[in-house]
Write a protein of this length. Structure first.
Length: 407
């Protein structure tokens, strides 16, 4: 309708102009005045129609990209676990801070076996669903059935109904080289231990946790061989892990991500074995390990996923030595912005030091590492970033005592 009005208005302008140009000298003033008035009216109508069309287009564009309804589904420790889930949630909150018309709803499923059902139950109600953890790998069928919903999957790649890994246009899946951050944690522990005994405590033997474990053990071995450290990794046979393929991986596994009581038991048992530094990669269960360390004497912990220094406050002291980092929040925010801007693309991405997605905390006031330790870790991590050092991981066919760069 607006296009027709604009066309009629322009036609009137042309017609009046032709009449004015062909008229005789008789009544030229009146004709010119009439033509000018018609031209002015037509131009005004054309301008108005164009303005309305521009406004409508802008409104449509805004409507298409604004007001994202986001859900974050986590299990089982929720978005306030102080670690993995909370960092993903922070990425959403940072996006909303810049886009206040967007909204987020946390959904927590205690039973990891019901993770996919939890997503299925809400998929029709949201534009974007952020799924936190390996247990959400099976969202592939949901993604196919709901092409208008975008998924951000953290710590896993999506699989189809047959369990085969796939790439979907509406799923951005990110995995991390946790072994790189674990490597930094292992070096820190080996270089700072006073007893010569250190350990890593994990939640469940998902690939991300095994990556942390193997990376930590790799870092300890590297520091012993190349930096003069004297340290060994302690494992409790009764808490040894079995990975998702059924392979025995050793380590110290609590068996859940929301079991603080068992976390404290495992932490105390390791402390009783002489460990004075514990790397804790156990979600909410890790809070129990922190408690065990706070109740002990001269024991430090290394946080995981995020900077956990504040969680280490213990009276007038702090038990956190440093934290191994997995930069999830910024990567979640990036993908939400891509969705908003229409540049979102499905991908199975592996993020590491080369994209500043792994590392450790060395900031003054947020760690208790010596300058010498930081210097040695930074020198080694530069080699990790370049590929000269490749720490062992769950599925990279390397072992903590025989990885690239150890010799």
């Amino acid at each position: 309708m607006k296009k027709n009005a604009l066309g009629i208005a322009l036609s009137c302008v042309m017609a009046v102009s032709l009449l004015a140009g062909c008229g005789s000298s008789t009544g030229t003033g009146a004709a010119a005045t009439s033509a000018a008035a018609a031209t002015s009216a037509a131009a005004a109508e054309a301008t108005s129609a164009a303005a309305e069309a521009t406004s409508a287009a802008a409104a449509a564009a805004t409507s298409a990209t604004a007001g994202l309804k986001i859900a974050i589904v986590s299990s089982p420790s929720g978005v306030d676990d102080g670690s993995f889930n909370q960092d993903n949630y922070k990425g959403i909150q940072d996006f909303i801070a810049e886009n206040p018309d967007a909204s987020v709803t946390p959904v927590q499923e205690e039973d990891t076996t019901k993770a996919i059902q939890a997503v299925s139950d809400i998929v029709a109600d949201y534009n974007v669903i952020v799924c936190c953890g390996f247990q959400f790998a099976g969202i592939g069928t949901l993604a196919e059935e709901n092409p208008s919903v975008d998924f951000i999957l953290v710590d896993s790649y999506p699989t189809d109904a047959d369990g085969k890994e796939q790439v979907y246009d509406n799923v951005y899946a990110m995995q991390f080289k946790e072994q790189e951050s674990g490597f930094c944690a292992g070096m820190a522990a080996a270089l700072e231990t006073k007893t010569g005994k250190v350990a890593v405590v994990n939640g469940m033997a998902y690939p991300s946790n095994v990556n942390y474990q193997y990376g930590f053990m790799s870092g300890v071995n590297y520091a012993v061989k190349h930096c003069g450290a004297k340290a060994e990794c302690v494992e409790l046979p009764s808490y040894a892990g079995t990975d998702v393929t059924g392979a025995a991986v050793g380590g110290n596994y609590i068996g859940a991500f929301n079991d603080e009581a068992t976390g404290k038991v495992v932490g105390k048992a390791l402390i009783d074995e002489g460990c004075d530094i514990l790397f804790v990669a156990a979600g909410g269960s890790g809070n129990g390990v922190f408690t065990a360390a706070k109740e002990a004497k001269d024991v430090k912990v290394i946080g995981c996923d995020v900077d956990q220094y504040d969680d280490g406050a213990n009276g007038d002291s702090n038990i956190v030595l440093t934290s191994g980092l997995k930069i999830m929040d910024k990567n979640v925010t990036l993908q939400l912005n891509n969705i908003k801007n229409g540049t979102f693309k499905g991908e199975n991405a592996l993020l590491g030091a080369d994209t500043d997605s792994t590392g450790y905390v060395s900031t003054e006031g947020r760690c208790q590492l010596s300058a010498d330790t930081i210097s040695k870790i930074d020198e080694a991590f530069a080699k990790v970033k370049s590929g000269e050092i490749v720490p062992a991981a769950n599925f990279n066919d390397l072992k903590p005592d025989s990885f690239t760069g150890l010799d």
